[in-house]
Design a protein around this ligand. Structure first.
Ligand code: IPM
Ligand code: MG
Length: 362
């Protein structure tokens, strides 16, 4: 089988963690009859420096033509000027929109060996196994108008949150289908006591739930959800929420797994690739970590687990995906740690060393 993968290392630690994930993908490919065709394209700040835009056309077209996209991270202090008209994040948002990747899956499964790395008490983390399905191409991230103007003699900024029924239905179906393969519980998170978008969200999710009588549906307001996520995280199975709430809640949820560095994600739409599977974008949920960029010490596990999701969802290689997840799990169980998950006094491996350990366990 041939698979075409667009690699977008991006900024900061992006190139380091993507290199690690590629080594793992190459090793897996050797073990099965998979021929990987990987090409690297610019995105984010690095693309702004070279081409004046965070998402060059060649990058978008290559991603549209690829079977899957693996991304590192975008952004950094160099491009943080709030008055700049081009920003690295536009690359990522443009890519999500350009590929119509409306469903972002962010699984949270704290590894038993890492319960001590989370600031939460270990007994709270017992049995946590949840997935956040975050709507990714709508809401306040993309709503119009978005502008600055003068209003009553003052400078005013406007962002718009908007959702159509169709946008809610399609991501809700992804969440219900996922819940069906899991523990059959779906928590929809909104702010229906205040926002019109959330009232449409709740109505629509409730209506779609009639197609899924086997799934237990609950609605929780986002402020309460943020609290329950740390007071009773094990009570969640699939969490469905809109774009910005999902952004915030998944950073919070990453604390459950000990470090953001461990967290993978998959962004899917309704398009199929050449292989008849979902064309997807896979990326760790962490950012570009400019403070440690270039030192070779970043935790590559989030990206390596994203590569596993890529094999599962875009190439249909479930067994190989589990092979990677198993190897990561063994490395953690046997005490191998990068700096972000090491306890005081524990030996810290750098990016290449922990990748080497994972390759050995494959
Ligand atoms: C994420 C990130 C992005 C987002 C940024 C980099 C635009 O925080 O993927 O969670 O807000 O979606
Ligand atoms: Mg985020």
């Amino acid at each position: 089988m041939d698979a075409y993968i667009a690699l977008l290392p991006g900024d900061g630690i992006g190139p380091e963690v993507v290199e690690a994930a590629c080594a793992v993908l190459d090793a897996v490919a050797q073990g099965c009859e998979l021929v990987l065709h990987c090409e690297t394209y610019p995105i984010g700040g690095q693309a702004i420096d070279a081409y004046g835009t965070a998402l060059p056309d060649t990058t978008l077209h290559a991603c549209l033509a690829a079977d899957a996209v693996l991304l590192g991270a975008v952004g950094g202090p160099k491009w943080d000027d709030p008055t700049a008209s081009v920003r690295p994040e536009q690359g990522l948002l443009g890519l999500r929109k350009g590929l119509d990747l409306f469903a972002n899956l962010r699984p949270v499964q704290p590894h038993p060996a890492l319960l001590g790395s989370s600031p939460l008490r270990p007994e709270r983390l017992q049995g946590v196994d949840l997935v956040v399905v975050r709507e990714l191409t709508g809401g306040i991230y993309f709503g119009q108008p978005r502008l600055r103007r003068t209003f009553e003699g003052q400078e005013q900024a406007v962002d718009t949150m908007s959702y159509t029924v169709n946008e809610i239905e399609r991501v809700a179906r992804v969440a219900f289908e996922l819940a069906r393969q899991r523990r059959k519980k779906l928590t929809s998170v909104d702010k229906a006591n205040v926002l019109e978008c959330s009232r449409l969200w709740r109505q629509t999710v409730t209506r779609i739930s009639q197609e899924y009588p086997d799934i237990q549906l609950e609605h929780i307001l986002v402020d309460a959800a943020s609290m329950f996520l740390i007071t009773r995280p094990a009570s969640f199975d699939v969490i469905l929420t809109e774009n910005m709430f999902g952004d915030i809640l998944t950073d919070e949820a990453s604390v459950l797994s000990g470090s953001m560095g461990n967290m993978p994600s998959a962004s899917l739409g309704s398009a199929y690739n050449r292989l008849g599977k979902a064309r997807g974008l896979y990326e760790p949920i962490h950012g570009s970590a400019p403070d440690i960029a270039g030192q070779g010490i970043a935790n590559p596990i989030g990206t390596i687990l994203s590569a596993a999701m890529l094999l599962r969802h875009s190439l249909g290689l479930e067994m190989q995906a589990q092979q990677i997840e198993g190897a990561v799990s063994k490395a953690l169980a046997n005490g191998y740690r990068t700096g972000d998950i090491a306890q005081p006094g524990e030996h810290r491996l750098d990016t290449r060393q922990i990748t080497g350990v994972i390759l050995d366990y494959l």
